[in-house]
Design a binder for this molecule. Structure first.
Ligand code: GAL
Length: 755
């Protein structure tokens, strides 16, 4: 935003707003510009301090987004406002006032009228003096800041001008106040009574019944709440209520009760549940809406079908491993015609192994049979300099287990990729992220920690299943999790990886920032070149995955340092905000994707995630998860499942096993989709496919179902075109000039148009 606009907005009186849905709830909106000054001085907390010469800044987004590039350390925000006593009119209980200050990256002390009221998310109740050790707290940057004062707290000046001053310390990277809401309001029923769905997923019982557990928690310490719990299920198609139930309940003070909703539904017909608790005496209510998972992926046919990549890259003298992904009623029998010398196929497991000694292109005809029939398909083996000719597909330990990953968890995951049939759809890599490392010994050999007693045996096990093994390190002295990095040990580490049988390396910048604090482009490339050199010395194909969050527009030079993929963003989270911000900002990288070189918008956040050890079910709605997979496939992104596979539910499995959708990611042409249309309501992305067809993704950004129109002429597509819905695997007939599809809130539709 321009500075003049910011100032104009700041002069507007701070608004006393009325929430749309509950006209009774009043609040002071603090999301407009605040005063800001970098540096640190405790006298800046005083209400009388003259801050008129300070800059103006929005509290809703980071310093770095508002012109303060690379600002780390201290900064102060100040804002003045009236706290009107009519906030209490119609308030649920009139006893507590809350200050909601979005999130603060990384540490904060909050002063109301010169007195400390909160620190790093904890309300300060007495008159404590501000200390300096609050800046050592490391893990609160993503925490919602909510400070609650008793309504009769003398620090609040009712109906008078108040001053909030926020002292922020940023430890590095992005910093400052961000997110939302920024407001002051009386504490409402919804602040005390919370629905929690995170500990369970919807369960399908047979073909039609669906159920989900949830809890209701009463955080109010002073009394029980009596009221009505109502839940109803509403069809998206026609708005009809499909099911409704209510019961009178009592929520014990500081108590938590568990409930279960169960109803009959058709899993192919999308609907949502609306749950409401209405407190009896005040009529105040808390409502949550929960989309019910709908399954579009058809069940695999019993007849054989060959899935997955149709092209595979390998270098000479590197161990070859490719499991032919195929579905169909077992037992399946595999054969391959035209395999080059040095390779063989195992007819029972479908694994092609061996080694090639001559560069060249080898077209192979694959055949898979069972008692019901046969499937044939082509696989082009390209023995040359490039590997990963289609984006890698697999599993990575980070988004579920975080640093609590262990040999056992990795083995279990690998076993499940096979036993749950994911391998039959092309899921191949089993990647250990941060948390496996110990020290380098006196000879410079990297040792594994006690959670990984025998890395070589683990890799052999993974290979025996037809899968591939991946590992993680940093060019710095330490990884992001504080484990040992590869700095100065690159060659030894690469040899160790090859010796263990590693097929994939994620190489994460992390503490390299201490070696090159304000890196030039050359300094950004350098550590990646060093490891690249080391990897090229070992007789093994290792997918080289650069992870440095997109610094220096890595997509422009990732190929130059021989990366096979490179992260284009910071870490993903399982929220719509994170998913949509990352996914829909990838257009800039599009021209750089090609076979062997992939933009990586980070790993998948479907299923049970949590960055370990405690997991929760993804906070994305089912429709948001359709958007996730659809968009990532259009983006030709590496697909790395990040969830606990031992809890894989039917819905998540259906998302990960739609072969027509996955084929868009694995398309041999290797193009990345581009954004063809973007407005506030929807986006359209289009991807060129081998053979001249196009894949088109339609995305609804609103929270209501939306008809998304596609102007084919605008996309350069003329004549009569055959349309196919890939999720449903159904032909939609022909279209000329224009077609339109209904897309669910935050959801997606993926079609191909083929002449
Ligand atoms: C982050 C990286 C994550 C994960 C983590 C491990 O920097 O982006 O994907 O690898 O480090 O500590």
């Amino acid at each position: 935003m321009k500075k003049s606009l910011l100032i104009a907005a700041m002069l507007l009186p701070l608004l006393l707003t009325f929430c749309k849905h509950e006209s009774t709830v009043r609040k002071v909106d603090l999301s407009g510009p605040w005063r800001f000054q970098k540096g640190d001085d405790l006298s800046w907390a005083a209400p009388a301090y003259d801050d008129r010469k300070w800059d103006t800044l929005l509290p809703t987004t980071w310093w770095e987004e508002q012109g303060y590039k690379r600002l780390d350390g201290f900064g102060w925000y100040r804002v003045k406002f009236i706290i009107p006593s009519d906030l209490k009119v119609n308030a649920f209980r009139k006893d507590s006032l809350q200050f909601l200050l979005g999130k603060i990256d990384d540490c904060d002390q909050v002063f109301l009228n010169g007195v400390l009221i909160g620190e790093n998310g904890v309300t300060i109740r007495g008159n404590e003096k501000p200390g300096n050790d609050f800046i050592t707290v490391r893990d609160k940057w993503d925490l919602d800041r909510r400070y609650v004062l008793s309504a009769d707290d003398p620090r609040i000046l009712w109906d008078q001008e108040n001053t909030l001053a926020v002292r922020v310390f940023d430890q590095g990277g992005y910093g400052g106040m961000f997110s939302k809401p920024f407001e002051i309001a009386m504490v409402d029923l919804k602040d005390y009574v919370k629905f929690d769905f995170s500990f369970s997923a919807f369960t399908f019982e047979g073909d039609t019944a669906v159920s989900r557990k949830f809890t209701l928690q009463n955080n109010y310490g002073k009394s029980d709440f009596r009221g009505v719990l109502e839940w109803k299920v509403v069809s998206y198609e026609n708005g009809n209520t499909l099911y409704k139930k209510d019961s009178v309940i009592v929520l014990d003070k500081n108590g938590k009760s568990q409930y279960r909703m169960r109803f009959l539904t058709d899993p192919q017909k999308p609907c949502y549940a609306e749950l409401t608790f209405t407190e009896t005496t005040t009529g105040h209510r808390v409502t949550e809406t929960l989309e019910v998972p709908y399954i579009w992926t058809p069940a695999p046919t019993p007849q054989p079908r060959i899935n997955g990549a149709r092209v595979f890259g390998v270098r000479v003298w590197s161990p070859f491993r490719f499991k032919v992904p195929a579905t169909g009623q077992p037992p399946l029998k595999y054969s391959a015609e035209g395999l080059p010398q040095g390779l063989k196929i195992d007819s029972l497991s479908g694994q092609i192994t061996g080694m090639l000694s001559k560069k060249g292109e080898y077209p192979v005809k694959l055949k898979v049979t069972n008692v019901l029939g046969k499937a044939e398909g082509g696989l082009k083996i390209v023995c040359g300099d490039l590997i990963s000719l289609t984006p890698p597909m697999g599993w990575n330990s980070w988004n579920c287990w975080g640093l609590s990953v262990s040999d056992e968890k990795v083995r279990i995951s690998a076993g499940l990729i096979k036993s749950m049939g994911l391998i039959d759809h092309g899921w191949t890599y089993v990647n250990i992220d941060d948390g496996w490392e110990d020290k380098h010994d006196k000879d410079g050999n990297i040792l594994t920690n006690s959670k990984f007693p025998d890395m070589k045996a683990l890799c052999s096990y993974i290979h025996s299943l037809g899968l591939k093994a991946g590992i993680y390190s940093s060019p710095g002295t330490k990884t992001c999790g504080g484990y040992e990095g590869s700095f100065t040990f690159e060659e030894k580490d690469a040899k160790a990886y090859a010796d263990w049988g590693i097929d994939y390396l994620k190489y994460d910048w992390c503490s390299y920032g201490r070696i090159a604090p304000d890196p030039t482009l050359d300094q950004m490339k350098y550590p990646y070149k060093v490891m690249r050199h080391a990897l090229r010395q070992v007789p093994r194909d290792i997918h080289y995955s650069l992870c440095q969050y997109g610094m220096g527009n890595v997509w422009e030079w990732g190929a130059e340092v021989d990366g096979n993929s490179w992260r284009t963003t910071g870490d993903i989270e399982d929220t719509w905000e994170s998913l949509s911000a990352i996914g829909f900002s990838q257009n800039k990288c599009s021209p750089y994707a090609q076979p062997g070189r992939w933009n990586d918008p980070d790993m998948l956040v479907v299923g049970w995630v949590g960055w370990g050890p405690a997991l929760h079910y993804t906070r994305l709605t089912p429709s948001e998860q359709y958007t996730h997979i659809t968009l990532w496939c259009l983006l030709s992104a590496p697909l790395l499942i990040g969830c606990d596979l031992s809890q894989l539910d039917l819905f998540t499995l259906s998302l990960l096993t739609n072969d027509e959708v996955l084929a868009i990611d694995q398309d041999p042409l290797g193009r990345q989709a581009t954004q063809a249309k973007a407005n506030e309501k929807y986006q359209i992305w289009i991807k060129d496919l081998e053979g001249g067809g196009k894949a088109i993704g339609l995305f609804n950004l609103t929270d209501q179902p939306l008809n998304v129109p596609v102007d084919l002429k605008e996309l350069g597509l003329t004549g009569r075109l055959n349309l196919r819905d890939l999720w449903k695997q159904k032909d939609l007939g022909q279209a000329e000039n224009h077609f339109e599809m209904n897309v669910l809130p935050h959801g997606a539709v993926l079609v191909t148009v083929i002449r």
